[in-house]
Ligand binder design. Sequence first.
Ligand code: FAD
Ligand code: SF4
Length: 500
Amino acid sequence: MIYDAARLPLPARVRADLCVIGSGPGGATAAAAAAEAGLDVVLLEAGPLVTTGEMNQREEEMFPLLYWAAGGRTTVDRAVHVHQGRGVGGSSLHNINLCKRIPPEVRASWKLEHLPPATWDALYDEIEVALSVSRIPSLNRHNELLKRGCEALGWAGGPLHHNRTGCVASGFCEVGCSFDAKNNALKVMVPRLLSRGGDVITHCQALRVLHAGGRVTGVEAAVIDEATRRPLGLVEIEAPRVCVAASATGTPALLIRSEVPDPSGTTGRTLRLHPGVACAGDFDEPVNAWLGIPQSWECTQWLDFAETAEHRSWIIPAFAHPMGLATMIPGHGAAHREIMSRYAHLAVFSAMLHDRTAGVVTPAGDLDVAIDYRPSAEDRRELLFGLAACARLLLAAGARRVYVPGAPAVVLGPGDDPFAKLPADFAAGDIDLTAVHPMSSVAMGDDPRTAAVDSRGRHHHLAGLWVADGSLFPTSIGVPPQISIYALGLHVGRAIAAAG
Ligand SMILES: Cc1cc2nc3c(=O)[nH]c(=O)nc-3n(C[C@H](O)[C@H](O)[C@H](O)COP(=O)(O)OP(=O)(O)OC[C@H]3O[C@@H](n4cnc5c(N)ncnc54)[C@H](O)[C@@H]3O)c2cc1C
Ligand code: SF4
């Protein structure tokens, strides 16, 4: 059953074999896998249950409904926007459905006892069937321009894969799908959990993992009022096993707030954001970037996964809904309006960085997180390189003008060399950075001296505690993470059941 905590008589008490916290790809999959292996599972979700019928594709209504902080979450210095989902399904409700495996060389470099490359391959094979992953069948004009730019420059690129079926290419994936075409955690994993007798409790935000004598005893959670986002009362879950899957920001914040022991000192201190930069090109021809599947082509010319690689930039078209685009365009007032009047002719390319910077996540009070992430000099250099590469691609595809954000903003025309014209460095806040793939904040490792969690997701220092989300990656993975997080969910859910 799916219950809304706001309708339970309070204070409420619930018992289960396993309490999973967070219903994104990691948590929903771990919950389903553990229930399929015979455990009685309750899945807590801080946000609401939002159904397809409630998704109206309007940015101003869907961002507050589907995202933490209405889409306005940032790092503490406000230099990076960090978009994360809130609601049953987590970020899988509003993500862009790209599915890319972690490159084998990255997986091999981790040397994890319980996750050797062959285990990853088997998990991917299974999850790709479960989510009906396939090659994206069409390119809209926006993606064709990226392909055209790659071909003109002789840069490497190719088509992408996704987990959609019955997609009508409406183009508004980032604000939820009104056509039920996403094979996401809500559509695929939650029904698997429910069919095995598991329960989901919405508006139920874990405040603390409870523990005594070196063992987990349960979870204390707040009932959240959707209108005010403030607590209405408490729910206590009694459970000998707890699996935290509250995202790469929510999970370390919850572990720290719960005073879970961690002699390795790593919890929350190894966050990667996979941050992105973007610039816009103005084309004579209409681009109509909002029409069609938003991202279907990638440029991989400057994406090298070697540990010492010079270039680490993954380039794709960035979704171009009006509010999102307006925040990326430089200028104010009439100048800004003039660029926006070219909306139908604008293309936006984005470079995401396979980052090495380690950010820090801590709790902010009982209900929020604080994210401190300041890109290192080498990462800032590569972000600028990625931005210049995006500008070069836009010009090669035929853009008349390219707007590169920054202080000062740079406007480029045909014949300009973006690599020569962009500054050598930038200060925090000078260039908009956006992160949609936070990860690696509770990095798994099999040595309890250097990691808090092992490569089954089992906590080294508190019996009965597990982690099953994007926090677990030992490093940045440099590609979109959802499919790998679903795979980790299967892996951890089964390990919990096998551990007895
Ligand atoms: C705009 C956007 C586009 C994206 N596009 C892609 C893409 O195309 N391909 C791809 O691979 N990835 C994409 N991603 C990223 C991908 O969706 C995430 O990496 C993935 O959903 C993370 O899974 P998770 O289970 O770790 O966490 P989440 O999906 O973030 O789920 C965590 C859940 O836990 C809940 N929660 C948090 N704290 C608590 C608490 N204390 N108690 C109870 N519940 C709690 C949250 O509300 C949330 O529902 C995108 C992300 C965004 C924002
Ligand atoms: S493009 Fe496809 S998956 Fe995205 S919102 Fe439209 S119908 Fe749904």
